[in-house]
Write a protein that binds this ligand. Sequence first.
Ligand SMILES: C[S@@+](CC[C@H](N)C(=O)[O-])C[C@H]1O[C@@H](n2cnc3c(N)ncnc32)[C@H](O)[C@@H]1O
Length: 254
Amino acid sequence: MQLLIDTDTQKLTVTDGAASRTLPLYSIEAFALLSRQWLKVGWDQKYPHQFSWFGRPVIQIPEDLIRLQEVIYAVQPDVIIEAGVAHGGSLIFYASLCKAMERGRVIGIDIEIRPHNRRAIESHALFALITLLEADSAAPSTVEQVRSLLKPNEKVLIILDSNHSRDHVLAELEAYNQFVTSGSYLIVADGITYDLYDVPRGSPQWQWDNPINAVKTFLESHSEFVAETPRKPFTESALTTDISYFPSGWLRRK
Ligand SMILES: C[S@@+](CC[C@H](N)C(=O)[O-])C[C@H]1O[C@@H](n2cnc3c(N)ncnc32)[C@H](O)[C@@H]1O
């Protein structure tokens, strides 16, 4: 595909094989096409790998963090569970929201919590709100450990951001959906990989081996969940495209 930006005529020409069309550059459709390409270039340039929250690196783009905040504030969960800790910035992000809301705590699961990351997370001022589990998120023993940490009637929200292969995400969806409470979300990160198969740091197998395929399979047998991008609490824009690494990643339990 070719995207030709002409700032003089204020047009965007999109050529895909023999088909070509020209759009107003300052249009909603042009915004969607340019944003998609921006996300792809950003992936290759490690754009998400340059932010931190309260001192800890968080591997997310700011727009996804803002959307997570909007949903967490709307749901007011008692427990936020995340598979995929890395440097701990996302756990600290959720914990800071819990602290500000005076509600909720965080459980983080990672197959490998490197000693320097563990030290930094455990010595953080917000660690009192965090429980770390070092284990394979899809292992039945891990799921049982998580279950033992939950109290009856707690409102639970879950983010899956560990291994992004289709099979692993599907295993996580099947294992953890039981904990998500009505009205809350099971959030699948990095579905964007389906569109990153052709970027230099991508892989051809991501065309099928991606979190969105796991979500599709999961939804076939889980009608208690609906794929639904959360309503924006505030917008004065006509834009409909989110700039997100989580496309199709928001599953709300009815
Ligand atoms: C994308 S990073 C997580 C980023 C983090 N959520 C953030 O926002 O900063 C993915 C993490 O998943 C972990 N991981 C990979 N496979 C896993 C598995 N089977 N179970 C649990 N964690 C896993 C990796 O060790 C890595 O730290």
